[in-house]
Write a protein that binds this ligand. Structure first.
Ligand code: ADP
Ligand code: MG
Length: 244
């Protein structure tokens, strides 16, 4: 039980009359790489955003380890330090250079001293192949480079889990590979990851587990082998026919 990082119980999210997530009960284990698949509008982004409380669930509970984070008194800022998000459109701070982007939250939010944060930041930039770009501003980077900075920035918080929302969907095809390679290395290093993606090859190769969302229902929650060879629901079969 100890190695469950996130557990959701009957998680529901509605926007007005629109029921977007319907009773999602599942768990994410430490070191797991979970690919979250599903048609556009099925609730994938909303699911990720509920997990780190960027959206407040309408009903149901979310636990981070043993702590219920959907309680009114939960420390949301603290939760987000442990469950960081990487977005499709990078969301870098445009007025900060690459190293400042990476060190800002560790210094401001975690109170790490500036020199330590910079040393660590440079190590992380080396890890994503961008140490030479430390002093460059985001506007001078390609999309793939921006996303690798965003990943280094996420890692700088030393999170327990990283939530990726279509990290390669905004990239030109030739940039996708570099970002996926960084993510694959992270997965192999044991990072707990939930990844909304349309990269089926990546999901098949790197994920340990596949969740398939269909109209807000967790329709499949299984191994990649099972999902890709023998999907159980019609919607998943149709989805795969289109994607593969
Ligand atoms: P996906 O990421 O799978 O494409 P989303 O989670 O973004 O799906 O959206 C699921 C549904 O919820 C869509 O119908 C979308 O329009 C709706 N939705 C998402 N966010 C909001 C919001 N903030 N307000 C109203 N409707 C929303
Ligand atoms: Mg989405």
């Amino acid at each position: 039980m100890n190695n469950v990082v996130i557990r959701t119980e009957f998680l529901c999210k509605s926007f007005g009359k629109l029921d977007v997530l319907k009773d999602i009960s599942t768990e994410f284990y430490q070191g797991e790489v979970v690919a979250i698949l599903g048609p556009s509008g099925s609730g994938k982004s909303t699911f990720l955003r509920c997990i780190n409380l960027l959206e407040q669930p309408t009903r149901g509970r979310i636990y981070f380890h043993d702590q219920e984070i959907t309680k009114p008194k939960a420390n949301i800022a603290k939760v987000r330090q442990h469950l960081v998000m990487v977005f499709q459109h990078f969301n870098l701070f445009p007025h900060m250079n690459v190293l400042q982007n990476v060190t800002y939250a560790p210094i401001k939010v975690k109170g790490i001293n500036k020199q330590k944060a910079q040393e660590h930041g440079l190590e992380l930039l080396a890890k994503v192949g961008l140490e030479p770009k430390a002093n460059v501003y985001p506007s001078k980077l390609s999309g793939g480079q921006k996303q690798r900075v965003a990943i280094a920035r996420a890692l700088a918080m030393e999170p327990e889990m990283i939530l990726f929302d279509e990290p390669t969907s905004a990239l030109d095809p030739e940039m996708v590979k570099d970002v996926l390679e960084v993510m694959k290395a992270l997965a192999l290093s044991g990072m707990t990851m939930a990844i909304v993606t349309h990269e089926m090859g990546f999901a098949k190769e790197v994920a340990n587990r596949i969740m398939f969302l269909d109209q807000g229902i967790l329709a499949e929650d299984t191994t990649p082998g099972e999902f890709f060879q023998n999907p159980q629901c019609d919607r998943a079969r149709q989805f795969l026919e289109k994607m593969l």
